[in-house]
Design a binder for this molecule. Structure first.
Ligand code: ADE
Length: 239
């Protein structure tokens, strides 16, 4: 079963509205909407902002039976060629705000964990094809750098690019990735660029976020059409 997460209402409301056989269930503070979308049984949730919310939501989705996870939403562009409206498909995710360097670890490394968590090859390929289907947009595959910060400074963007080779920055992807890796659940992050994380980010984000969230949603729908349909079975209990 596919799990779909967006950080904010704008990122998932249109998908939830189109669910057939919709059932909603709140447990441990997380509301999951299950049903059928484009022939797939899915669970969709608004995960909230930041890594802690993303981790809680991902764990809840997996507990409810999600076996593959797609994260959809907006991001600040870091790759120098990215502009508002472009799309990023994750190769892997890092946490740019983790710093245990004083104990000898590299920046971004949580002791005992890898620096980054890799997205699933098949989901990446399907997401890439679905993104290219949108036409007229730059689509790049790259590293997603997540942190509990809204980035709005050119120096920080340069640092993210030089330190991590990040394509974009946002606040959830690496938390989803870390939880998925722990459970052996394949994932991919799809981000539409709402701003370029510099001094204009606040204004651009407010102006473009709703439209870019819809764009990322279109990619998810195109992915569902491309992914082989699983047998649509009755909803599992509690989902
Ligand atoms: N999501 C969208 N734009 C962002 C930014 N500039 N920083 C963090 N998260 C974002």
């Amino acid at each position: 079963m596919l799990g779909i997460i967006g950080a904010m209402n704008e990122e998932v409301e249109l998908l939830i509205a189109e669910l057939r056989e919709r059932r909603s269930n709140t447990q441990a503070g997380v509301t999951l909407h299950s049903g059928v979308l484009d022939g797939h049984r899915v669970i969709i949730t608004e995960g909230g902002i930041g890594k802690v919310n993303a981790a809680m939501t991902t764990a809840a989705l997996i507990a409810a039976g999600a076996t593959r996870i797609i994260f959809t939403g907006v991001a600040g562009g870091v790759h120098p060629e990215l502009a508002v409206g472009d799309l990023v498909i994750s190769t892997d995710c890092v946490q740019h705000d983790v710093d245990v360097t004083v104990l000898g670890y590299d920046l971004g490394v949580i002791p005992g964990e890898a620096l980054s968590w890799s997205a699933d090859e098949e989901l990446r390929a399907v997401a890439l094809a679905a993104a290219r289907e949108q036409g007229g947009l730059r689509v790049i595959e790259g590293r997603v750098a997540s942190g509990d910060q809204f980035v709005a400074a050119a120096e920080r963007v340069a640092w993210l690019w030089q330190t991590f080779g990040a394509a974009c920055t946002e606040m959830e992807g690496a938390a989803v990735a870390q939880v998925c890796a722990r459970h052996g659940v394949p994932f991919v992050v799809i981000r539409s660029v709402s701003d370029t994380a510099d001094t204009g980010a606040k204004v651009d984000y407010r102006e473009f976020m709703p439209q870019m969230a819809r764009r990322a949603k279109l990619v998810v729908r195109a992915m569902l059409r491309r992914l082989e349909r699983e047998q649509v079975e009755p909803a599992p209990n509690g989902a």
